[in-house]
Design a protein around this ligand. Structure first.
Ligand code: MG
Length: 396
């Protein structure tokens, strides 16, 4: 029977919760990774946890996608929470009913420093108890304040523990407890252990960690970032992707070839459905490769008559458009042609100029090269021309 974790991220909070950009704290970046992604990663890496369900605010779907990145593929589709933490947890438990896990760990998205130790401590305690939470003994002397913040007494801290998350329960027990609390009109519980206690479920206090803090204020975020060694340098947040392309066309009778958008008089032409510009075809595939968006044959099938004799810059411009739609900038392109003839050198800068126009980037970012294959192979026998290309894209 599987173990699920419910990550509670539906809060908007009021305690200096959002940053200057209005982003709720669980979606704020912490040394290059979002707070919620750090919290989820600890569970995603733990082999004892099988399912991850996140509860989010109805307005936060975009924040969620952006903050989790590829980690969202490890999670069930997020569910929408309610007006209170208690209502949000209940919504998450309802969603998990479909998979009916044996155990559920409930964890605050705003506790990014949870480790496998705390997770294990709760799971170990759940072997013998229907409920277990991580908690730490209260270390500070506790004061009771009267009007005007006058201290009116010292509270005995013996036996007092500060509750953290994860809080783990046998799934059916906590789901039923939440249902009963809702039926009873009780909406004032601040954590799930409180509901469990109210419902008569035994809850064990397992060892937590002073590092497993909840980030509540902007100062908490700043301190957490300090702990992690400060904000990540901009470079480490760069999302750089590289694609490669390869193409071949054979010679046929004719008087010129198109290479990288430049017409070069020659003893033959290149044969193909379009203008057979191998350089542009290889580079188009390189960009599509970096985008993970298929290849040129998929977007412009040779079986489609509308591309017969087409100028290949159309294909490259289409790939550039696709990059733009994905928020990607092309930062460099490099094309190598393999042929004995024609000579490429005299046309190199014309090709780079043509490519710069098609890609919409500076000519300094574009390389065009050529090599013979020393008379070897089909290019050496002058049966056709091959081209290799790479493209580098930066995603903003
Ligand atoms: Mg081709």
């Amino acid at each position: 029977m599987p173990t699920a974790v419910l990550i509670v991220a539906a809060g908007r909070g009021t305690r200096v919760n959002a940053g200057a950009d209005g982003l709720p704290k669980q979606y704020q970046m912490l040394a290059g990774t979002s707070v919620i992604a750090r919290a989820i990663a600890a569970f995603a890496a733990d082999l004892r946890v099988h399912l991850i369900q996140v509860v989010i605010h109805a307005d936060d779907a975009d924040f969620y996608d952006q903050a989790l990145g590829p980690l969202r593929h490890r999670c069930l589709p997020p569910v929408t929470g309610g007006a209170t933490r208690q209502a949000s947890v209940r919504a998450g438990l309802e969603a998990l009913t479909a998979v009916n896990p044996a155990r559920v760990l409930i964890h605050d998205a705003a506790r990014p420093f949870v480790t496998s130790t705390e997770i294990g401590n709760v799971l170990d305690a759940l072997v013998t108890s229907p409920g277990a939470i991580v908690a730490v003994p209260v270390a500070d002397t506790l004061k009771k304040a009267g009007p005007g913040h006058v201290s009116i007494g010292t509270v005995d801290r013996a036996g007092l523990w500060a509750a953290q998350t994860p809080q783990g329960f046998h799934f059916a027990a906590i789901r039923d407890a939440h249902q009963r609390a809702a039926d009873a009109g009780r909406a004032d519980f601040t954590d799930d252990a409180a509901i469990a206690e109210w419902a008569g479920i035994k809850v064990i206090l397992a060892p937590g960690s002073s590092r497993n803090v909840k980030l509540t204020t902007r100062d908490d975020l700043a301190a957490a970032e300090q702990r992690l060694g400060g904000p990540a340098p901009a470079a480490s947040r760069l999302d750089v992707r590289t694609g490669t392309g390869f193409d071949v066309h054979r010679f046929a009778s004719g008087d010129a070839v198109w290479l990288c958008g430049v017409r070069i008089p020659h003893t033959h032409k290149l044969d193909g459905h379009s203008d057979a510009d191998v350089g542009l075809h290889a580079l188009t595939d390189a960009i599509l490769g970096a985008l993970g968006d298929g290849d040129i044959g998929q977007h412009f099938p040779p079986s489609d008559m509308q591309w017969k004799g087409a100028a290949s810059h159309l294909f490259l411009r289409d790939a550039v458009r696709r990059a733009g739609e994905r928020g990607a900038r092309i930062t460099s392109a490099d094309v190598t042609m393999l042929c004995e003839a024609p000579r490429i050198g005299p046309h190199r800068d014309a090709m780079r100029t043509a490519l710069a126009d098609m890609l919409g980037i500076e000519i300094e970012r574009i390389g065009v090269k050529a090599t013979t294959t020393e008379g070897l192979g089909f290019t050496g026998r002058r049966e056709g021309i091959a081209a290799l290309a790479s493209a580098t894209l930066v995603f903003d």
